[in-house]
Ligand binder design. Structure first.
Ligand code: SF4
Length: 446
């Protein structure tokens, strides 16, 4: 889910150039009298479509001609000299994502309640967001211009939803014809141009699992190291996605998948020196198995896709405990009583850590594992919990504050997926609510 990384495109109209939204005081841009609302049209005669173009066309340049349309409508041509690496001090409008032309069976947009935030309905398929935020694209409708841009501007790595290299099956999953589903030529072209790829498979029981999955990973491994990793994540069904062609992921299916993929991983470890294909944390948790250790993930190539997040959390948590042990001897630890709310899948992992933590440091941290009532179905990850879900646990909350996952908020804003604001949740619960990641949690005790 990357809905927070994109702007609500439906309300935006594309004009020439890129709009400045911020100018840092006393920066080069301020000296040039650039202002928020101005539009940069061209740099050294080349059109600027967005801030990536701006970055690309100004990178390494110390002498530039910048064409600007001021908010007043006036057009300026600025002859600029800047020091090597000198920052302009500019902030820009967000990129308006290009939308996909697929009809994937499992598209999360189909599983949204009608009243979900508009950004949840954006079907983004944009090589720029892939490069910037790790959003996946299917490459099915990439234009020649976009392909050239990836290569020229070295927008590497790209994150590609492959799902299956049996192109008939991929076509079926994406709801498109086979010709468009076959992206082998596009992948090869990127790789030949030195663009690295991280691939993704959304695993749909009975469709692209078993032998199909094996073939997919094997085909992709032929391009290692340019294809760096394959993330295998389970299909997620909300109560609103009732497509009968889809089968929910069961614990038994997860156990079987772990067995099958472990064998493949062993072979790749020997052949390529990496596991290459990684299973989503949800698969281990649903199967009731321990998540792999840090070594399994290497440098966590696809952590944003839920691959190794739990292991990374455990590592960070253990590091915090070690730090607090040293601090306890010197200055003592604040005694905190709070309730931590998280998704039902992650709750047992968190509870195990926090129980030990309480015993050692005297805190009273309670864990509530919430079922996702808003989306329903088998949605159990923390980041998709909503204000209404947290509110539903009101009677179980103990202590002086409630802690919710930072990932359940829109990035940079205090708003949840169902549109509820953090301050409204606090009002309704009658106590402070902190949206936290591990860093915020550490700060509670430091
Ligand atoms: S590519 Fe498929 S899953 Fe992604 S937004 Fe488009 S239809 Fe939905």
């Amino acid at each position: 889910m990357y809905e927070f990384a994109v702007a609500p495109a439906v309300t935006q109209i594309r004009r020439r150039g890129v709009v400045i939204t911020e100018v840092t005081p006393e920066s080069l841009a301020a000296e040039l009298e650039l202002e928020a609302g101005d539009r940069i049209l061209r740099i050294n005669g080349r059109a600027v479509r967005d801030y990536l173009d701006f970055r690309f066309q100004t990178g390494g340049e110390t002498e530039l001609i910048m064409e600007v349309r001021k908010q007043s409508g006036e057009e300026w041509e600025l002859d600029i000299e800047r020091g090597e690496g000198e920052d302009f001090g500019l902030g820009f409008e967000q990129i308006v994502p290009r939308q996909c032309a697929n009809e994937c069976l499992f598209c999360f947009c189909k599983g949204n309640p009608d009243d979900a935030r508009p950004s949840l309905f954006i079907r983004d398929e944009d090589i720029r967001l892939s490069f910037l935020y790790g959003n996946y694209t299917t490459l099915t409708s990439i234009t020649e211009d976009e392909m050239a841009r990836v290569i020229d501007q070295r927008l590497t790595p790209q994150y590609v939803s492959v799902h299956a290299t049996d192109w008939d099956i991929r076509a079926y999953l994406l709801g498109i014809d086979k010709e468009r589903a076959d992206i082998s030529g596009k992948i090869r072209r990127m790789i030949d141009a030195g663009i690295e790829i991280h691939a993704q498979v959304v695993l749909c029981p009975g469709i692209n699992d078993g032998e199909v999955l094996k073939k997919t990973v094997e085909d992709l491994s032929a391009f290692h190291p340019m294809i760096k990793s394959v993330a295998i994540v389970p299909l997620g069904l909300t109560r609103y996605n009732t497509d009968t062609r889809l089968t929910a992921v069961s614990p038994e299916f997860c156990v079987r998948t772990i067995d099958e993929v472990s064998q493949i991983q062993e072979a790749y470890q020997q052949r390529l020196g990496t596991n290459f294909a990684f299973l989503g944390d949800e698969i281990y948790l649903k199967a009731g198995k321990k998540v792999p250790t840090r070594k399994h993930y290497g440098d966590y190539p696809q952590i944003e896709d839920g691959i190794g997040m739990v292991t990374s959390f455990q590592q960070e948590f253990d590091a915090l405990v070690r730090k607090l042990r040293r601090r306890k001897l010197k200055a003592g630890i604040p005694q905190v009583e709070a309730t931590v709310m998280t998704g039902s899948l992650f709750a047992p992992v968190l509870k195990a850590r926090l129980e030990k933590f309480n015993a050692e440091f005297g805190s009273k941290l309670h864990v509530i594992g919430l079922e996702n009532q808003y989306f329903g179905g088998d949605v159990s990850v923390a980041g998709l919990l909503t204000g209404r879900d947290f509110l539903g646990a009101k009677e179980q909350i103990r202590g002086d504050l409630a802690i919710i996952p930072a990932s359940s908020l829109k990035s940079g804003e205090s708003i949840m997926l169902d549109g509820m604001r953090l301050e409204d949740l606090e009002k309704e619960l009658g106590l402070p609510v902190h949206a936290m990641d591990m860093r915020g949690f550490s700060e509670l005790f430091m």
